[in-house]
Design a protein around this ligand. Structure first.
Ligand code: SAM
Ligand code: SF4
Length: 334
């Protein structure tokens, strides 16, 4: 009897990959200091996947058992046609969760349309509630516009909105209590992220700015009761409930609490490269496969299945050394 075809993606370490993050553009209207250098050169248009190619690749992943897709960037909502793409992706059979990560700058105008397009949940980046610090961290962002966007997303009725905050020592580490208070008042979740050494940044030394999750937890415990919970949203956060209320606080701790053993995800870059690990360069050029074999989903699926054999066991980040990974987060699909 012929062997049955795999309907699941499984790597060499027995991890099932059921979650795909897709960067639909490397471009962004912000220039966050931990994500980009001030002068960024973005990819020429023809080098990035077309919306049709993204849809085709997402369909192939869904047929291979991927049930969750996160659309990200760069800022995904600055790509022309993002809404139509999301609408198309939401109709893919087998895809239970279509979610989005955004800097919030476009949400005041787009939240209702995103909800109607079938986006289930949104993560919104917010590192501080101080307008000057916000400007300093994002270089170009306007806090008031993002706060308007968060309110609009709440009104649009998305399930669990989550804030993401990258915490840098001496830049925004004193903000963590106010950010949690904001999350509690709005009945939303928040995750604190340790900065990852992806690409060269010109604004600070990443080792000096390292502020571990343990310290954030200690700071928060001065003000809130944190209760560890087993909740998982299929991501790398370890979660706590705040003061017995609704809001959850998560910690994404690539340096202080490695989460690679439970990794269930891969990333598709805006250029069409399938990245098997955020903290390694192992990748497969799916754009080439799609352009060499137009419309041939079997060839694409075979390339995706084969890629599982090179998914590394764990990331190799070292915050205190010069970055080994040269790509920035915006090109990676965080
Ligand atoms: N532009 C959108 C946004 O900011 O939410 C989506 C893309 S952004 C690259 C996704 C997430 O990665 C954001 O929450 C951002 O804070 C985070 N991020 C960017 N650079 C990072 C870094 N070097 N280390 C850790 N997180 C980073
Ligand atoms: Fe843009 Fe998001 Fe990177 Fe900030 S973190 S520069 S908003 S892609």
């Amino acid at each position: 009897m012929a062997p049955s075809k795999p309907t699941q993606l499984i790597d060499r370490f027995g991890r099932v990959v059921n979650y795909l993050r897709v960067s639909i553009t490397d471009r962004c209207d912000f220039r966050c200091v931990y994500c980009m250098a001030e002068d960024m050169v973005f990819l020429p248009r023809k080098q990035i996947l077309s919306l049709e190619e993204i849809r085709f690749i997402c369909e192939a992943f869904a047929e291979l058992g991927v049930s969750k897709i996160r659309i990200t960037g760069g800022e995904p909502l600055v790509r022309k046609g993002a809404l139509g793409l999301l609408q198309d992706l939401s109709r893919i059979a087998g895809l239970n969760e279509l979610v989005l990560t955004s800097n919030g700058s476009q949400l005041a105008d787009m939240a209702d349309d995103l909800k109607a397009a079938g986006v289930k949940r949104i993560n919104i980046s917010l590192d501080t509630l101080d307008p000057d610090k916000f400007k300093a961290l994002t270089r170009t962002g306007d806090l008031a516009q993002v706060l308007k966007g968060i309110n609009k997303a709440k009104d649009a009725g998305f399930g669990r909105i989550k804030l993401n905050a990258v915490i840098l020592k001496n830049r925004n580490h004193l903000e963590v209590g106010d950010l949690v208070q904001f999350a509690v008042e709005h009945g939303i979740d928040i995750s604190f992220i340790e900065e990852m050494p992806l690409g060269a940044v010109d604004n600070h030394h990443r080792g000096d700015a390292y502020y571990p999750s343990d310290l954030i937890r200690q700071d928060l415990q001065q003000r809130f009761a944190l209760e560890a919970i087993a909740d998982s949203t299929g991501g790398p956060s370890a979660y706590y409930r705040i003061d017995g209320g609704n809001s959850r606080v998560g910690f994404i701790s690539p340096h202080s609490a490695n989460f690679c053993a439970s990794c269930n995800r891969v990333r598709l870059t805006a250029e069409g490269r399938l990245l098997l690990c955020l903290g390694n360069e192992h990748s497969v050029d799916l754009k080439q496969v799609v352009r060499d074999h137009p419309g041939d989903k079997q060839a694409l699926k075979a390339a995706i299945i084969a890629a599982m054999l090179i998914k590394p066991e764990k990331h190799e980040f070292n915050i205190h050394e010069q970055p080994v990974i040269l790509r920035h987060m915006n090109a990676t699909g965080g």
